[in-house]
Ligand binder design. Structure first.
Ligand code: HEM
Length: 561
């Protein structure tokens, strides 16, 4: 006993002596002690301590940030759900869910409670320093914006607009002409080859811009090489449109809020300086600095404000300022431009990527039969200068075979596969029987929700096949299974913050696919190892951290029927 007392005394006097000699130790020891106590708390006493997941993730947020840094967030989350089940702890303060009940509680709300507010990540999607519907975090900031334009994106409006104006169908015709005009002759068979990635971007861009600003002001990038040369020039560095420093590794940025704010303030100030200089040189200038798209959206808004167009467009709704009489919440031209800019960005990549993945899959020899089946099920299609009527559009939209390939692509290759972050509101909430304190990040990852339900995922997660036949109801027994699949398909999100452009995207994709298959057989054309200038199949990082189809370089041959 005396020996113990002596050694304890000796130990503490050595320690005190060392601290006196090394002041750094005086700092480090309490720090280590604090770190240790925090780690013990997070592991064993935090309200989330029973949630399964990697121990390191429970102790420090650096673990998930490292996955973000490696662009491995989505794949890591999927692996974790496979290992631990439908609820997984991703960080001391972050939990991921995959069950339909949890997705409903978090994103749609349950009972009288609405869905959870968005996480800070979304605040990065402001433009011109103004929030928009997508970037507003709380339901208060969001709902008046959404109400103002929701009718422009309803299925009824998309159908009626298309039947009366035929804008999408005309753009589909331009796509077919683009193949004939821009396509190169192929050594591998009849027809012409194009790189489908830019073609699909042009298609989606022309459609969403016409929908937002009106046909006259739409980008018409498919139309001719001279039009909107900036978009053509930037096609190979598409990330430039997004201000890449903010869009790459976006989840990492959320933890560096202050740096981001400084960056934004700097960006706004330089743009203001640009504007002042530009207006000195040219008093009528509508140039505002920033990217081509920023200028395009702002210029259109300014002009539409001065000379309103008769066409019923999203821009018209934005500028009309009718928001339940709340004057302070009406858009000014920058707010309206920010909103429209966001629709352009949200509607371009997502729709075009989905189309690219879909065409890439259909062009494989083992999938030729799907092309044939869809072709045989299509109605007679009119020429492209004549709008389709509502019944024809509906027939295409409800075509079982066409739907099966579109849904399967959305399921296996969601354009936005990542976590859609939400924050538990004040007072805390129970999700899937688990108590979550206020401020917890409670979210789901689109790809994890889509995949973890599939039986083959359990067996071999690395080998989930693109299999449109899973959507077909061939016997009574298939009905429940397909209904469940429909319920699980989460590629457009859900609830009040779910995708507003869903019907526009589905109409664009369905009409284009119908026209392509009615006119061509599509085949891979990569035999000559054609040089693809773009690397966006693998490097696009705006809201996608998975590089799908890395071995496919983008060239397809369109063989006329
Ligand atoms: C295949 C195509 C598309 C996919 C897969 C897709 C996916 C999504 C997803 C997953 C969300 C929800 C994000 C969240 O909850 O955090 C979303 C929201 C949104 N999408 Fe889409 N989208 C597509 C096409 C479009 C198009 C064509 C537009 C055109 C305007 C658009 C505009 C928007 C907007 C504005 C929001 C934010 C809605 C809000 O916050 O209320 N999207 N989209």
């Amino acid at each position: 006993m005396a020996i113990f007392q002596l050694s304890a005394k000796l130990g503490s006097s050595i320690l005190l002596g060392s601290i006196a000699n090394h002041p750094l130790l005086a700092l480090l020891i309490p720090l280590f002690a604090y770190g240790f106590i925090l780690a013990v708390y997070r592991l064993f006493f935090s309200p989330l301590s029973d949630v399964p997941g990697p121990k390191l993730a429970a102790v420090t947020r650096l673990w998930i940030l490292y996955q973000d840094y490696r662009d491995q967030r989505t794949d890591t989350i999927i692996d974790l759900h496979r290992k631990y089940g439908p609820v997984v702890r991703l960080g001391p303060n972050e939990v991921s869910f995959t069950s339909t009940s949890a997705v409903k509680d978090i994103y749609t709300g349950s009972g009288r409670e609405s869905g959870f507010p968005k996480g800070f990540l979304y605040a990065m999607f402001t433009h011109y320093g103004r929030y928009n519907m997508f970037s507003s975090l709380t339901s208060e900031a969001h709902s008046w914006r959404r109400r103002m334009i929701a009718s422009s994106y309803s299925l009824t409006n998309i159908l009626n607009r298309e039947a009366s104006r035929g804008d999408i169908w005309r753009t589909v015709g331009e796509y077919v002409q683009y193949v004939q005009r821009e396509g190169t002759e192929s050594k591998n068979g009849p027809g012409r080859s194009i790189d489908i990635y830019p073609a699909n971007i042009y298609f989606a861009c022309d459609n969403v811009s016409a929908h937002v600003f009106g046909e006259e002001r739409g980008t018409k990038t498919l139309g001719s090489l001279a039009d909107n040369a900036e978009i053509k020039l930037q096609r190979d560095s598409i990330d430039d449109w997004y201000v890449p420093t903010r869009r790459e590794k976006i989840y990492l940025w959320t933890d560096f809020n202050f740096a981001l704010r400084c960056f934004e303030a700097f960006e706004r100030t330089t743009q203001k300086v640009f504007r002042v200089i530009q207006r000195r040189v040219d008093p009528d200038s509508k140039y505002i600095g920033g990217t081509f798209l920023h200028n395009y959206a702002y210029k259109n808004m300014r002009e539409l404000k001065d000379r309103p167009s008769l066409e019923l467009t999203v821009a018209k709704n934005l500028l009309s300022g009718k928001v339940s009489g709340k004057a302070s919440e009406v858009f000014d031209e920058f707010g309206a431009a920010s909103e429209s800019m966001d629709h352009m960005l949200a509607g371009m990549d997502t729709t075009s990527d989905t189309l690219s993945f879909l065409l890439a899959m259909l062009s494989l020899p083992e999938h030729y039969e799907y092309q044939e089946t869809i072709r045989n099920s299509l109605p007679d299609l009119p020429s492209f200068d004549q709008p389709l009527n509502v019944a024809d559009i509906n027939q295409i939209l409800n075509n079982t075979y066409l739907n099966s390939v579109i849904k399967e692509t959305l399921l296996i290759f969601p354009a936005i596969p990542v976590t859609l972050p939400r924050v538990v509101p004040s007072g805390g909430r129970v999700v899937d029987g688990l108590w979550l304190p206020a401020g917890t990040l409670a979210s789901s990852s689109v790809r994890a929700v889509n995949l973890t339900f599939l039986p083959e995922f359990e067996k071999n997660p690395g080998n989930v096949q693109w299999k449109p036949s899973r959507w077909l109801i061939e016997s009574g027994a298939d009905k429940d299974r397909v209904q469940e699949l429909e319920r699980r398909l989460w590629s457009f999100g859900s609830g009040g913050r779910g995708c507003i452009g869903k019907h526009l995207a589905l109409t664009e994709m369905s009409l284009l696919l119908a026209a392509i298959l009615a006119n061509f057989k599509i085949r891979r054309d990569e035999g000559d190892a054609l040089e693809t200038p773009h690397s966006h199949w693998t490097c696009r990082r705006s809201f996608r951290d998975i590089a799908y189809l890395q071995d496919f370089h983008g060239f397809l041959r369109f063989e006329p029927l």
